[in-house]
Design a protein around this ligand. Structure first.
Ligand code: ATP
Ligand code: MG
Length: 137
């Protein structure tokens, strides 16, 4: 089975939607195999989103991701990366399909409620970033 890294972003934690979003993952057949809450530092957020550092929205993204606590999880299941991105919906909530997490919990393109790894290779790197001690079987 495959694993992916999920982040419930500060806007969704602030609106008390952690439980509702975790339920969406479970209903989609994804198992939560690791989880922790943390308030990202600017160094952590910048490193995590380093791939976007030249993009015009990078500063706004780091400001947002450090604005309050987040919950990071490792989700496990068949085709976990794609399955998670399907329940998340499109990056832009205006384009997210009805019933997806972003359609229901995003506040804007930046404050779009959740992050999910975009490929199994990036998932492995992102899981190591937040769970360097490893994840239980
Ligand atoms: P994520 O990586 O958070 O799962 P994604 O893969 O759907 O989202 P990316 O292109 O990787 O989207 O962008 C990372 C994040 O940066 C987005 O989730 C969003 O919060 C923010 N973002 C992306 N594009 C823009 C934009 N044009 N303006 C403002 N913020 C943006
Ligand atoms: Mg991405």
């Amino acid at each position: 089975v495959e694993r992916t890294l999920s982040i419930i972003k500060p806007n969704a934690v602030a609106k008390n939607a952690v439980g509702a979003i975790l339920a969406r993952f479970e209903e989609a057949g994804l198992r939560i195999v690791a989880a922790r809450m943390l308030h990202l530092t600017r160094e952590q957020a910048s490193a995590f989103y380093a791939v976007h550092q030249e993009r015009p929205f990078f500063g706004e993204l780091v400001d947002f991701m450090t604005s309050g606590p987040v919950m990071v999880q490792v989700l496990e299941g068949e085709n976990a990366v794609a399955a998670n991105r399907e329940v998340m919906g499109a990056t832009d909530p205006a384009k997210a399909a009805p019933g997806t997490i972003r359609a229901d919990f995003a506040d804007s393109l930046t404050e779009n409620a959740v992050h999910g790894s975009d490929a199994p290779e990036t998932a492995a790197v992102e899981i190591g970033f937040f769970f360097p001690e490893g994840v239980c079987e």
